[in-house]
Design a protein around this ligand. Structure first.
Ligand code: GLA
Length: 330
């Protein structure tokens, strides 16, 4: 409605009132930020690319920013405000920053939506007042567990000889949901509970996962086979690299990730298979595009986005990754 009004005013401006320079045409006026916690990760690069592409298509500007810690996020918001942005999409570096970020946005009259990692309020519960779009963590985690269980069976592994390296990040709710889903699916399939070992990572990237995984592998050298899971494929890759360094061969390891981004494509493109068996691919293109579109519609039509959108995933392996990539528009 506002968009329509603004465009009509613009038309009026040029044709009738001789005030063509007045900034009335909505499309050129809209500027949004897209702030991500890990700007170097393929998942987030793709989200920002998809948001920028939508902006080009619809005629609004997307400012891509890094927010790797609280300080950087707050200066990114200040920066956006000085550029005249009306709002931003954010995947925060720490979900507990939610109230501080929402506050800063409010001071500037900016709209905010979260993508991937949902803000937590002071009460530790998800901040329902900020619209969110993210993975259906538990279900996608279950897909990880089911995939691992099936592959263990296909390889004829005796459950007693198999350990699980659960690279965990329990401070991030979506991470916990994902690893809980995977754990439950494995237990349902008969995995031995005592053979599951936690490797808590400090962050959500490959190096923090590698650092967390190495000591767990060395401490439990009696196991012949390992399965590896985590909140994302970058972390599973850290676990797989640690298993290689420890001396395990690819046929002793089943790692299954989540994301389906450049990190997985690079792994599947290697000449020989590694312990990284597969990943549950989710469309980062859709996440970036849809969250930006939700915000744009909110700014231009005053239509608040759905409180919570949950997305689903598809198994991607060395055998089908190119097809799944194409299907998901990645
Ligand atoms: C978290 C993870 C990312 C990605 C997104 C997807 O932010 O850190 O790697 O999995 O969730 O929602």
């Amino acid at each position: 409605m506002i968009r329509f009004l603004k465009s009509s005013l613009f038309v009026l401006g040029v044709t009738g009132l001789g005030v063509a320079s007045a900034p009335l045409h909505a499309q050129d006026d809209v500027k949004i930020g897209f702030i991500v916690k890990k700007p170097e990760q393929a998942w987030f690069i793709n989200e920002q690319d998809a948001a920028s592409a939508l902006g080009e298509q619809k005629g609004f500007e997307v400012v891509r920013l890094a927010g790797e810690d609280g300080q950087q996020v707050l200066s990114a918001i200040d920066n956006l405000n000085s550029q005249g942005a009306q709002g931003f999409v954010i995947c925060p570096p720490d979900v507990r920053l939610g109230p501080a970020i929402a506050n800063r946005a409010k001071q500037y009259g900016m709209k905010v939506v979260t993508v991937d990692d949902q803000f937590l309020g002071a009460d530790g519960k998800p901040m329902a007042s900020v619209p969110h779009l993210g993975m259906s963590g538990y279900k996608i985690g279950q897909q990880v567990g089911e995939t691992i269980a099936k592959e263990m069976k296909a390889r004829g592994w005796d459950p007693q000889s198999v350990a699980a390296l659960r690279i965990s990040n329990n401070e991030l709710p979506t991470a916990k949901e994902r690893t809980d889903g995977a754990t439950d699916a494995l237990l349902d399939a008969g995995f031995v509970e005592d053979n599951i070992f936690d490797a808590p990572q400090q962050n959500t990237d490959t190096s923090s996962a590698f650092a967390a995984a190495s000591p767990v592998l060395s401490k439990n050298g009696r196991f012949e086979h390992w399965v590896i899971f985590a909140l994302n494929e970058e972390s599973v890759l850290g676990g797989v690299r640690a298993s290689e360094q420890y001396g395990l061969s690819p046929d002793q390891v089943i790692g299954v990730g989540i994301n389906g981004s450049g990190a997985a494509f690079a792994e599947f493109s290697r000449e020989k298979p590694t312990g990284f068996y597969g990943t549950i691919a989710v469309s980062s293109t859709m996440h970036g595009r849809q969250s930006a579109d939700n915000l744009y519609t909110w700014i231009t039509e005053d239509k608040e986005p759905p409180a919570n959108t949950e997305t689903t995933g598809t198994l991607m392996t060395r055998d089908n990754w190119q097809q799944v990539r194409e299907d998901l528009g990645l």
